[in-house]
Write a protein of this length. Structure first.
Length: 123
């Protein structure tokens, strides 16, 4: 469980296939190359929820105030299987960290800024 450089709201792209996934007709499916926004980062398990990626069907039972039926939603995908999308080139990129010294109220503070390795632009 390392420090993640992907945050909620980032645009990421799937860079590997997820094994064992099948369509309704039984053919194999893949989310390889799909891009989506990160909905949630699960730091304790090193997984992320990405909008429109790794969709699964859950059969839910009806309860008080909850409608039953088949619900389709996103399942977590391992953080190593996604890569941040460069805001300039719209292609996957690695993430670097740049530190800046900021003077505020007579004290210096160090800010860590995420940088796209592909273009060098701030994220």
């Amino acid at each position: 469980m390392g420090k993640t450089r992907i945050k909620k709201g980032d645009l990421v792209q799937v860079i590997t296939r997820v094994r064992g996934r099948r369509n309704d007709d039984g053919t194999k499916t893949s989310d390889l190359g799909k891009q989506g926004k990160v909905l949630e980062v699960l730091a304790e398990t090193d997984r992320v929820l990405v909008e429109g990626v790794n969709r699964i069907k859950r059969h839910t039972k009806a309860g008080p105030g909850v409608e039953g039926g088949i619900v389709e939603r996103e399942a977590p995908i391992h953080i190593s299987n996604v890569q941040l999308v460069d805001p300039e080139t719209k292609k996957p990129t690695r993430v670097g960290i740049r530190t800046e010294q900021v003077e505020r109220d007579g004290r210096t503070k160090t800010n860590r800024i995420r940088v796209a390795k592909r273009s060098g632009k701030d994220i």
